[in-house]
Design a protein around this ligand. Structure first.
Ligand code: NAG
Ligand code: NAG
Ligand code: NAG
Length: 387
C-alpha cells in the first residue's frame, strides 16, 4: 500500500515539473496527455498487482456462488407440475372430500406401504411413523452400513429398534452391506440401495393397486393426505406430493416447493423405487419436508460429510461445532451457498437467512404431543446438544 502511495506521489512531482513549464498550448496539451497516460500506467500496474490476485482469491472463495448466481443463464427451469387443489377439514366426510377432488369413494381403503432408505434421522423417523401409523399396512425400512459416499456407518436403526416396539408387527426391516467402492459416484451406491428396497417391498407382501409411498425419511406426508389417497378411487397411478420445506427445524419455513415424494398405485414388474420426477401431477400442501432437522451437532457433521454432494464441504472450518450452531440459530446456509433457483428474482428474494416462523399451527401431532422431547424442532429453540 505505502509503495503504491509513494509511486503516485512521485508521478505527481514529475508531472508538476513538466506541467509547470511555460510552453505553447499544443505542447502543454501533449504533456498533460503524457502525464495522464503515465498515471494511467501506474494505475494499470496497481490494478494488475493488487486487484487481479484479489479477484482470483475471491473466485476461489466464492466461485460456487458465482456459478449458482448465474444459473438462470445456463439452465432453464424444469417443466412445471400440474398442481391439483387439495381439500381437507376434520369435520368433512371422506365421501365429500373424494368428491371435491373429482374422485369417488371406495368401499374399503387400499393397503398402504411406506418404504424408506434410512440413514441417521432417528427422531424424524419417529415423527413420520407416528404420523402415518393409523393408515400404514407395512413400514419397510432398509439401512446399510455404508453411506452413499462409501463411508462406514453404524446401524443406527438396529440399535434404536426397541423405541419402535409399538409397530413391530407392521415392520419389514432389511440391512444391506455397502460395497465401499472408493471414488465412485455416490448416486451409484444410492441406486444400488434403492434396488434392494424394491426386493424388500416384495418380501413385505406388496400387491397390485396397493399404495406405495416413495420418499426420504425427512419427507413426511400428512396423515390425512394418505387417508384421502387410500379411500378414493380413480386417483392418478403416480402422484407427487407437494410438501412444505423446512430447514433445521419447524422454525425456518423455506418455501412450499418440495416435490420429490410420491405415491404410487403399485404395479408388479413396473413400479420401481425412485426419488426423481415420475409424473406431472402434484397434490398441493400434503405434508412437511424437514431437512437437516437433527438433535446433535455431531449429526449435522455426519450428514454434511455423507451428503451425496460432498464437493460442498469446501473448507474444513465448515465442520466446526461453534460455526454450525451459529449458522442454525441464524437460519443461514451450512455450506455458505446461494439458493438453488432458476430465476434471478427467486435467487435474490431468497438470499440471506431464512425468516423465522412463529407458527406451530400445522405441524405433526406427535411433535406437539411430545414437545419436551423434541423441543429443538420447535420455533424459538435453535440450541443443539453437541452429541
Ligand atoms: C365439528 O363437528 C362437531 C360435531 O358435529 C362440532 O361440535 C364441532 O364444532 C365441529 N368443529 C368445527 C371446527 O367445525
Ligand atoms: C458391512 O456389512 C457387510 C454385510 O453384513 C459385512 O460383510 C461388512 O464387513 C460390513 N462392513 C463394515 C465396514 O461394517
Ligand atoms: C406455504 O403455503 C401456506 C399455505 O398455502 C402459506 O400460508 C404460506 O405462507 C406458504 N409459505 C411460504 C414460505 O411460501
Amino acid at each position: 500500500m505505502s509503495d503504491g502511495y509513494y509511486n503516485f506521489k512521485k508521478t505527481d512531482d514529475i508531472c508538476d515539473e513538466v506541467c509547470g513549464q511555460q510552453a505553447s498550448r499544443a505542447a502543454l496539451t501533449m504533456s498533460r496527455l503524457r502525464c495522464m497516460l503515465r498515471e494511467y500506467d501506474i494505475r494499470t500496474c496497481a490494478f494488475l498487482f493488487m486487484v487481479i490476485p484479489l479477484f482470483i482469491f475471491g473466485v476461489y472463495l466464492h466461485g460456487q456462488k458465482i456459478t449458482y448466481f448465474l444459473r438462470p443463464l445456463w439452465e432453464s427451469p424444469p417443466k412445471p407440475f400440474h398442481e391439483i387443489p387439495h381439500y381437507y377439514h376434520e369435520n368433512v366426510t371422506m365421501e365429500t372430500l373424494c368428491n371435491l377432488h373429482g374422485w369417488k369413494i371406495r368401499e374399503s381403503p387400499r393397503r398402504v406401504f411406506d418404504a424408506v432408505l434410512f440413514s441417521n434421522e432417528i427422531d424424524i423417523l419417529a415423527l413420520r411413523w407416528n404420523e402415518l401409523y393409523p393408515y400404514i399396512t407395512q413400514f419397510v425400512l432398509l439401512e446399510s452400513n455404508s453411506t452413499f459416499t462409501s463411508l462406514p456407518k453404524p446401524l443406527l436403526f438396529a440399535s434404536n429398534r426397541q423405541q419402535f416396539k409399538f409397530m413391530e408387527p407392521r415392520l419389514t426391516y432389511g440391512m444391506i452391506g455397502g460395497r465401499f467402492r472408493k471414488g465412485e459416484n455416490p448416486f451409484v451406491e444410492e441406486a444400488y440401495q434403492r434396488v434392494a428396497l424394491d426386493q424388500l417391498l416384495r418380501i413385505a407382501g406388496i400387491e397390485d393397486d396397493d399404495l406405495l409411498i416413495m420418499s426420504d425419511v425427512d419427507e413426511i406426508p400428512s396423515a390425512h393426505t394418505i387417508n384421502l389417497l387410500r379411500w378414493c378411487d380413480d386417483i392418478p397411478p403416480v402422484i407427487h406430493l407437494q410438501l412444505r420445506n423446512y430447514l433445521y427445524s419447524f422454525e425456518y419455513h423455506v418455501d412450499n416447493k418440495s416435490w420429490r415424494a410420491s405415491v404410487h398405485r403399485y404395479k408388479t414388474g413396473e413400479t420401481r423405487y425412485a426419488h426423481y420426477r415420475q409424473a406431472d401431477i402434484i397434490l398441493s400442501d400434503s405434508g412437511w419436508h424437514c431437512s437437516f432437522c437433527f438433535r446433535y451437532i455431531s449429526e449435522f457433521i455426519f450428514k454434511m460429510k455423507a451428503y451425496s454432494h460432498t464437493d460442498r464441504v469446501r473448507f474444513s472450518h465448515y465442520l466446526d461445532v461453534k460455526r454450525i450452531q451459529d449458522v442454525i440459530c441464524r437460519g443461514a446456509d451450512l455450506f455458505d451457498m446461494l439458493p438453488e433457483e432458476y430465476t434471478f428474482k427467486e435467487i435474490i428474494g431468497k438470499m440471506g437467512p431464512i425468516p423465522r416462523s412463529y407458527s406451530g399451527v400445522y405441524l405433526p401431532a406427535y411433535l406437539l404431543n411430545n414437545a419436551e422431547k423434541y423441543k429443538y424442532l420447535l420455533p424459538g429453540k435453535c440450541k443443539r446438544e453437541t452429541g
